[in-house]
Design a protein around this ligand. Structure first.
Ligand code: ZN
Length: 535
């Protein structure tokens, strides 16, 4: 899954994990020899690392120290991170031989299996001179089952139930999916991909960690090039296999095609492509979207740029709308336009630029055209409204600046702001904008939301000791969920024929400017659906 950029719960969970890890950091000192007259003031032995599933990851480094060091740190690199996190570890209080040790406890945090850590130790002496130890890498593995492994061109399948035929079938579907999606999106995949197939739900959810949604049947983690799927023994010969594998692997290739440090593509585009390539715009999705269009419950696409809703109906509808929108692009603008749209994100462009360049429509016009094609009216806007314009300084003669949330500012209901229109699809830009008439209540809501979020962040920061790093950070997994629905048996592994047709821009583009939105939590407060569908 991918959130407003990143799923908040997941991020916080990881931060919490790092806090726990660091709080348990120790430097176990096994001083053996006191005098050290070595030429090398700091001499590193062979670094080691080990991990125990669900318990801990331990890094150890034997050293010979000529003097008492001023500081000892562990530099720990996690997948996708720009650089290593630096963790302060208690320095030995004596010179001589000792073993530096750091224990990453998983008691209150979670690390997804197949995450590889690369760590090295840094010792600083009293004069500030530093010595860097050798790197040691450790892959955190799920050792609860005996994995069988089969290596293909790019994909390596790991499974523990089912015979070799099952593994071979899964591998072929996986390798084919990567090859075809790569070809379609014009990217070359060279890094291997691991594909873990769990046969029982408890182990599967335990591996993915807390806060995994009950509807999830597969998850792709682009940062560690790994996908996980739940395929029970009864489903081994089911068409589910030929859906879940291409779906999740599409996310990994999508990530390769769009990777950039600035701006993630909308979640609906990622999921829409995955469903489109693995199932097509199937009648089940089509019926859902059409009935939502009829009863006015359709969700605007700009509500689906981050995490999807959690209730069962809305969760599935989100996938239906996503694939419907992708289907619209292919049918009306052609397959090349879809590919161009996706690829353009690699340049870090905004949603507005991406849509305009690839489709010739701004995001509002695109959404309007898509809504029209499914017979839907523009949904009524709910939720926070744009902030009011703040008070202007005395003597101010220029145009009113963009409104922003300022605690204590007096709202000016009805005051016109500069009408900078935010993209209708995609995340609003960092700067706030919008110019709707709003009241103090709306401002209070926004301030409240902001305060809560800031509060959460401050709490997290304050609980995070110096040097702590989030575990397994980097890029969050992209597009992770796969809705378990009734699957069509066939997998349409090609895009439908192009139907190029220009769609005239609508007369009255929907919607009005978006309010500035705070990052939404990945989970909504909705209650869980009573039935828990099996994938
Ligand atoms: Zn997905």
């Amino acid at each position: 899954m991918t959130g407003t950029s990143r799923p908040v719960t997941r991020a916080l969970r990881r931060i919490a994990a790092s806090w726990v890890a660091v709080s348990l950091a120790v430097a176990s000192l096994l001083v053996v020899v006191a005098p050290a007259v070595a030429a090398d003031p700091v001499k590193f032995g062979t670094a080691t690392a080990s991990s125990t599933y669900g318990t801990s990851i331990v890094f150890k480094q034997p050293v010979d120290l000529a003097t008492v060091p001023k500081r000892v740190e562990l530099l720990m690199q996690t997948p996708g991170a720009a650089g290593p996190g630096v963790i302060d570890v208690d320095a030995p209080t004596k010179s001589g031989s000792s073993t530096l040790s750091f224990n990453v406890s998983l008691a209150d945090g979670h690390i997804v299996p197949n995450t590889t850590f690369v760590a090295r130790w840094r010792v600083t002496d009293a004069d500030g001179k530093t010595w860097l130890g050798p790197p040691v890498s450790q892959t955190y593995a799920d050792t609860r089952v005996d994995w069988k492994t089969l290596k293909g061109k790019l994909v390596t399948v790991h499974w523990y139930q089912g015979g070799d035929a099952f593994g071979q079938r899964a591998l072929k579907i996986g390798d084919d999916a990567v090859a075809q999606t790569s070809q379609l999106l014009g990217v070359t995949e060279t890094d291997p991909i691991d594909f873990f197939i769990y046969a029982d739900q408890d182990k599967f959810y335990d591996a993915l960690g807390p806060a995994t949604r009950e509807n999830v049947g597969g998850e792709a983690h682009a940062d560690i090039r790994t996908m996980f799927a739940l395929i029970t023994p009864a489903e081994i010969n089911d068409s589910w296999v030929s859906t879940v594998v291409p779906h999740e692997l599409t996310h990994l290739v999508f990530d390769t095609a769009t990777k950039n440090p600035y701006h993630e593509p909308p979640h609906w585009l990622n999921e829409g492509l995955a469903v489109y390539l693995s199932e097509g715009y199937a009648s089940s999705y089509r019926n859902q979207v059409e009935s939502a269009a009829k009863d006015g419950s359709i969700m605007p696409l700009d509500g689906l740029v981050g995490a999807f809703p959690t209730t069962r109906d809305r969760f599935f509808l989100a996938y239906g709308e996503s694939v419907s929108a992708v289907d619209w692009i292919v049918a009306n603008k052609g397959r090349d336009a879809l590919i161009g749209l996706i690829r353009s994100y690699a340049d870090g462009v905004s949603d507005e630029a991406a849509f305009k360049n690839a489709l010739g429509l701004d995001t509002a016009a695109f959404q309007q055209a898509w809504l029209g094609s499914v017979g839907a009216q523009a949904p009524v806007r709910h939720g926070p409204l744009p902030a009011p314009v703040g008070p202007l300084p005395q003597g101010w003669s220029g145009a009113a600046p963009n409104p922003s949330v300022q605690p204590g500012a007096t709202g000016v209901p009805g005051a016109a702001a500069s009408p900078e229109v935010n993209p209708a699809i995609g995340r609003p830009p960092g700067a706030t904008s919008g110019g709707l008439s709003v009241g103090i209540v709306a401002a209070a809501v926004l301030v409240g939301v902001g305060a809560v979020l800031i509060g959460v962040l401050l709490v997290q920061r304050s609980r995070r000791p110096h040097g702590a790093i989030p575990l397994a950070v980097g890029s969050e997994p992209k597009g992770a969920d796969l809705p378990p629905t009734d699957r069509p048996g066939s997998v349409p592994w090609s895009l439908p024929a192009e139907v190029p047709a220009d769609v005239p821009p609508p007369d009255d583009p929907w919607p009005p400017p978006l309010p500035p939105s705070a990052p939404a939590p990945a989970e909504s407060p909705e209650t869980r659906p009573p039935d828990q569908p099996q994938p």
